[in-house]
Design a protein around this ligand. Structure first.
Ligand code: FCB
Length: 440
């Protein structure tokens, strides 16, 4: 065996807005309707998963995939404030029932970037009202689905939601206000903490966690105090402060907790979404020159996953799930190697990671990037909805069946694969020493 994965279990990850297709009144549906998506697409087509649940469950089963991360579209479930749609709830019950019948364990995300429009109109997560609205939705959903779901992700990537929408302004609502971004992060953190208690009150044995977007921040010049300070500050603002707040109820500046939130332990597992590293020069983050990148220009840096896992394991002991990891590779030329390298990073991390969910199952609607980037293990023909398993998908099926990467699989899929996209250039040697992640 080239790579033994021990007890690590593999699955695939998706999100409602990115695969379901159809209409829903949300911030992202409106943002897309205004023509703000790079390729002019909207989430109304996506992978048409809403209509193709049977086909997709059958395909998951065929590939031997035993873990499926899926999202719920809040706006479908609660199209108007306080009004719940039993047909949408029944649809999700049906999907979950089919998954379970196929022997596939669901991990369900309650909030993944998208808000119902009625919430967005109220200012979304800038105000505290969103916490109350979210908890009412969570309560209803958990009461309705608790017999079918035992694992919940309360919030997906609160840092990405807050920074893209409120710092860079590329995502809805397109604002550029650090103050608002910090309010949004603080409210999302509090919402998680309260949902953690609420879900356990309804479903005591459930496992609840957050899917955190974690990246590595490295100084361009590790001897430059400016670069070092820049990397540390960004890491704290973007992820470390939030991890502490959401895991332990410990809010530190620039986040602000409410007096009613007490320090405690608010996770049953830590979800890690890992994609890339930020290269920080002065106060500006970018991509390290000359490194392998994916189709979106994101550095492919598997060692970063090992570093992130070790840091998380030290500060937040307990089960760890890699809740997302994957790459935009339209040609499927380097994805097999990407997968191998990241699984190897997990296996060699010395950290006991329970799950690895590959992003994404089929190609999907990729937010502001639209339909262009191809993240799937399964190719999607957007015109016809036809699914076709890619070589990387076949490789993942083989890894699951074998419990690791066999010598044959390595020779068939990994060896011939490239290390990055057409822009690939041999990586510069990575410095051995890195600043320690700040402690909470
Ligand atoms: C993550 C998101 C996910 C997907 C991947 C590529 O940040 O959680 O929805 O867009 O990136």
């Amino acid at each position: 065996m080239k790579l033994d994965l021990g007890s690590l279990e593999l699955g695939v990850a998706t999100a409602a807005t990115q695969i379901e297709g159809g209409e829903a009144d949300t911030n992202w549906h409106r943002w897309a309707a205004e023509g703000r998506i790079k390729d002019g697409s909207t989430p109304e087509r996506a992978a048409d998963h809403w209509q193709r649940v049977d086909e997709d469950v059958a395909l998951l089963k065929e590939l031997g995939i035993g873990h499926y991360r899926m999202g719920l579209e809040w706006a479908r479930i609660e199209p108007q404030e306080g009004v719940f749609d039993q047909i949408a709830i029944a649809h999700y019950r049906d999907e979950l029932t089919k998954l379970r019948a196929a022997g596939i364990a669901p991990l369900v995300t309650l909030h993944h970037f998208n808000n119902p429009w009625w919430l967005e109109k109220q200012g979304a997560w800038v105000g505290r009202g969103a916490i109350t609205s979210y908890l009412a939705y969570v309560k209803r959903v958990v009461l309705e689905l608790k017999d079918l779901v035992s694992e919940w992700i309360t919030i997906n990537e609160p840092n990405v939601y807050a920074t893209q929408g409120y710092v860079f302004g590329d995502w809805p609502p397109g604002e550029k206000s650090l103050t608002k971004a910090m309010a949004v992060m603080s409210h999302l953190a509090e919402a998680h903490i309260r949902a953690f208690g609420l879900i356990h009150a309804i479903s005591p044995s459930a496992r609840v966690g957050v899917a955190h977007h974690l990246r590595v921040f490295d100084p361009a010049n590790r001897y430059s105090p400016v670069d070092l300070a820049g990397a540390r500050t960004m890491e704290n603002l973007f992820q470390s402060a939030l991890l502490d707040a959401m895991s332990y109820g410990r809010f530190r500046l620039p986040l602000r907790g409410s007096p009613s939130v007490k320090p405690g332990c608010y996770y049953d597992f830590t979800g890690v979404n890992y994609y890339t590293r930020s290269w920080v020069r002065g106060g500006v983050q970018g991509t390290r020159p000359g490194v392998p990148v994916n189709d979106l220009g994101w550095e492919i840096y598997p060692r970063g996953l090992r570093r992130v896992l070790r840091a998380v394991n030290k500060l937040y002991p307990g089960p760890i799930y890699v809740t997302e990891n994957g790459t935009a590779d339209a040609s499927d030329a380097f994805r097999p190697r990407y997968i191998y390298d990241h699984l190897a990073a997990i296996a060699h991390s010395g950290v006991n990671v329970e799950r690895y969910y590959h992003w994404c199952f089929t190609d999907n609607w990729e937010w502001i990037e639209g339909e262009e980037p191809r993240f799937g293990l399964v190719d999607l023909d957007y015109e016809t909805g036809t699914r076709r398993v890619k070589e990387s998908g076949k490789m993942v099926a083989d890894i699951i069946a074998a419990g690791g990467v066999t010598d044959e699989a390595y020779a068939r899929w990994v060896e011939p694969a490239a290390k990055g996209s057409a822009t690939y250039v041999a990586p510069v040697k990575v410095p051995k020493r890195h600043p320690k992640p700040p402690r909470g």
